[in-house]
Ligand binder design. Structure first.
Ligand code: NAD
Ligand code: MG
Length: 386
């Protein structure tokens, strides 16, 4: 029998991290943990470490690291900081890294995994949005395999498998439309963070739930798809599908369209990223189409979701625009969660920051961080004014 695959889970205490652990524990003969990496949630990490028994726990927040001392099973080592997270990703014993930190904070540890030639399950879409070119180049150079965990991209991956890439005419991502798909646009100003986080179909972390409500999530996913599948802007599109059963479609030159369907539960794309074939049980409910709501599709209303208009300029432009788009959104999303700006100000902030950003090709990680910092500062200045 093959040895179990050893994983490092970046963002282990989050929604994707915990679903990964759920899948892992269903298949103890197939998967074990080398390291669990978390940020601030020491209590949850102590619970997870007791359940999973990794060799190492890393906390990137100093207080959480201090709080965990003496709280882990005796044989579990504890380390602090982003350097330790990078080392946990690149460690020789690790076969696969699940990249599930949120935001561009996940970039260094995920890139460390790529540069160590690991199999990388990529949930953290912000990595590819900000540094897609550098990531994909590094994957080629170091022989790393990047497998999508985002449900739409996992669906595209499955609909592409075994088919001729040159025959693809369109990649179509589905979007649920979030909690405000039908709400009167005039009332969107008054939306609260709790309302925006309450996604109708998916249970996810706060940031991505708000991104779904603004449709920034779909915009980021189009950029993610561009890098993952080496797609041209004109091949990429999105459509609203409120039931979140069809996750994406690939259209071929002959008019044939291949779709992937599953109940909306991230354990399905997670298990697929961990082992594509033969398929493993994921624990998600079976899809009973005769018992579900009819499957509906509709065009995305640009007026309600201006993020989808902005992303067209990003897809047509150079890398600096994507970096600014993501960084400004991270700042504005957090400011909305903190009650500093209104819901409609999120995308407005992104738009203003993009208008002030030069459209430039980006070659190095230093340049990525410099554009990222500049956009964050611009967004913060705007938020202070509004
Ligand atoms: P979450 O908020 O539930 O968890 C985020 C994780 O990142 C936590 O473990 C947290 O400790 C860690 N983290 C937060 N800030 C950090 C920092 N500054 N440094 C280091 N670690 C930090 O988020 P999530 O919903 O699990 O999403 C994680 C990623 O996966 C995001 O990029 C998201 O877009 C993507 N994703 C999530 C889903 C989903 O269903 N939740 C689906 C598709 C893609
Ligand atoms: Mg998605």
């Amino acid at each position: 029998m093959n040895k179990p695959m050893k994983l490092t889970i970046l963002g282990a205490t989050g929604s994707i991290g915990m679903s990964t652990i759920d899948v892992m524990l269903r298949h103890p003969d197939k998967f074990t943990a080398y390291a669990l990496v978390g940020h601030k949630n020491a209590t949850r990490m102590a619970e997870l470490a007791a359940k999973v028994h990794p060799e190492l726990v890393v906390m990137t927040d100093e207080d959480a690291y201090a709080a965990l001392k003496g709280k882990l099973p005796q044989d579990v080592k504890l380390a602090f900081g982003m350097d330790a997270a990078e080392a946990a990703s690149a460690h020789d014993d690790v076969d696969m890294v699940m990249a599930a930190m949120v935001g561009s904070a996940g970039l260094p540890a995920t890139l460390a995994a790529v540069r160590a030639g690991k199999r990388v399950g990529l949930a953290n879409k912000e990595c590819l949005v900000t540094a897609g070119r550098i990531f994909m180049q590094a994957a080629k150079t170091y022989g790393a395999e990047i497998v999508p965990v985002d449900s739409e991209h996992a669906a595209v991956h499955q609909a592409l498998a075994g088919h001729d890439r040159d025959s693809v005419t369109r990649i179509i991502l589905t979007a649920s439309g979030g909690p405000f798909r039908q709400r009167d646009p005039k009332t969107l100003r008054d939306v609260t963070p709790a309302e925006a986080i309450a996604h109708p179909n998916w249970s996810m972390g706060a940031k991505i739930s708000i991104d779904s409500a603004t449709m920034m999530n779909k915009a980021l996913e189009l950029i993610e798809a561009r890098w993952l599948f080496d797609a041209k802007a004109e091949q990429l599109s999105a459509i609203i599908h409120p039931q979140s059963i069809v996750h994406a479609m690939v259209e071929y030159r002959d008019g044939s369209v291949l779709a992937q369907l599953a109940m909306p539960d991230m354990r399905s794309p997670i298990v697929y990223a961990m082992q594509a074939e033969p398929r493993l049980e994921s624990g998600i409910p079976w899809l009973e189409l005769a018992q579900t709501q009819p499957l509906e599709f509709q065009a995305i209303d640009d007026e309600r979701f201006p993020a989808m208009v902005l992303v067209k300029a990003v897809l047509a432009g150079e890398d600096s625009l994507a970096i600014a788009f993501n960084a400004a959104n991270e700042v504005a999303n957090q400011a909305f969660q903190d009650g500093k700006i209104g819901f409609m100000d999120i995308v407005a902030t992104v738009e203003s920051v993009m208008a002030k950003t030069n459209n430039l090709y980006v070659k190095s990680l230093e340049e990525v961080w410099s554009f990222d910092a500049e956009a964050r500062q611009l967004a913060k200045d705007l938020i202070r004014i509004c």
